[in-house]
Design a protein around this ligand. Structure first.
Ligand SMILES: Cc1cc2nc3c(=O)[nH]c(=O)nc-3n(C[C@H](O)[C@H](O)[C@H](O)COP(=O)(O)O)c2cc1C
Length: 312
């Protein structure tokens, strides 16, 4: 396949492939450094981590790679700004913000010469990001993994936005196979961000039975739930997703106010933590809609090998 050159501020990865940040300790140093070592951009998810732990994780990743490392922090996190500054102190190369952004986030990035890339799901937010000084944008559709800013699929959304923006455009949502990546590059995108494919990797920090769920998932096993963050998300159907849909999920027993806003109908943080550990009863397992395309757990090296060897 023909790879476009992705330039984000002063950063140019060998391959225009970003591993999407996956919170609650899924994308940590091991996964991010493996991706960076293959020539992509590896991303540690900072949301819901104590600042000191995030800094340690960034330093650990930096010891494992000379490649490009980013941090993903959800704007909805109460500690957003502290996590952002801590990441810069720890020497991060790039900041990606999910679920919203603030004006001062761009100012902080400019002050420390660290490019800032927001994830957006509308033309309006894409334009505002460009005006505020984003180094690039990720356009993410409703078929993606994680919390969603829209229910519209990535492809129509990308087509609506990409030609109206003059900074690099990275697509996200249901980009899983080498063919999916190639199709995005043929559309003229500058890069892709992928979560689902890297979730089903050897280096993703999730329990083996979560990986098994990923490999076995068929199209109809992925359901859309309303998270207590107040945003929709895709997840593998389990007992707990059924309870959420019926509005019967158990209310949080205690709450550490990790989010700026939360419906407090249930605790998504706890449910995701349990999911990461493979708790099939009380866990929630976020994935993108494209998980049905994955039928084996691969190492990051093998994922990149297949992408590099794909002939369009
Ligand atoms: C389990 C999981 C957790 C995620 N956590 C976050 C997150 O904390 N912040 C964020 O901005 N995006 C998050 N995402 C979204 C990814 O970074 C990426 O943009 C998305 O997965 C791309 O769509 P795809 O899964 O179809 O490849 C998450 C995705 C998954 C699958």
């Amino acid at each position: 396949m023909k790879f476009p050159k992705l330039k984000i501020g002063n950063l140019t990865p060998k391959y225009p492939i970003i591993q999407g940040g996956m919170a609650i300790r899924i994308s940590m140093a091991e996964l991010a450094s493996a991706v960076a070592n293959e020539g992509g951009i590896g991303v540690i998810a900072g949301t819901a981590l104590p600042v000191e732990e995030l800094k340690r994780e960034i330093k650990k990743a930096k010891n494992k790679t000379d490649g490009i490392l980013g941090v993903n922090i959800m704007f909805a996190a109460r500690e957003f700004k502290k996590l952002l500054k801590g990441s810069i102190e720890a020497g991060i190369d790039l900041i990606i913000s999910g679920a919203g952004f603030s004006r001062d986030m761009f100012t902080i990035g400019q002050e420390y010469d660290v490019p800032v890339v927001p994830i957006v799901s509308s033309l309006r937010l894409a334009k505002i990001s460009e005006k505020l000084g984003a180094a690039a944008i990720v356009i993410e559709g409703g078929n993606a993994g994680g919390h969603l800013g829209t229910e519209e699929d990535a492809l129509p959304l990308i087509e609506k936005i990409k030609d109206k923006i003059n900074i690099p455009v990275i697509g996200a949502g249901d980009i899983v196979t080498p063919e999916d990546i190639d199709n995005m590059f043929k559309l003229g995108l500058d890069g892709v961000q992928m979560g689902t494919r890297f979730l089903a990797s050897e280096e993703a920090n999730i329990a083996d039975n979560f990986k098994e769920l990923c490999v076995n998932a068929e199209k109809e096993d992925i359901v859309r739930i309303m998270s207590s963050v107040g945003l929709p998300a895709n997840a593998i159907r389990t007992r707990f997703t059924e309870l959420i849909k019926e509005d019967k999920a158990p209310k949080p027993v205690s709450c550490n106010k990790c989010l700026k806003k939360c419906t407090e109908k249930f605790c998504i943080r706890d449910a995701l933590l349990k999911g990461r550990k493979g708790d099939l009863e009380e866990g929630v397992f976020f994935t993108g809609e494209g998980m049905w395309k994955v039928d084996e757990i691969l190492s990051v090296k093998e994922i990149f090998k297949r992408i590099k060897n794909y002939n369009s």
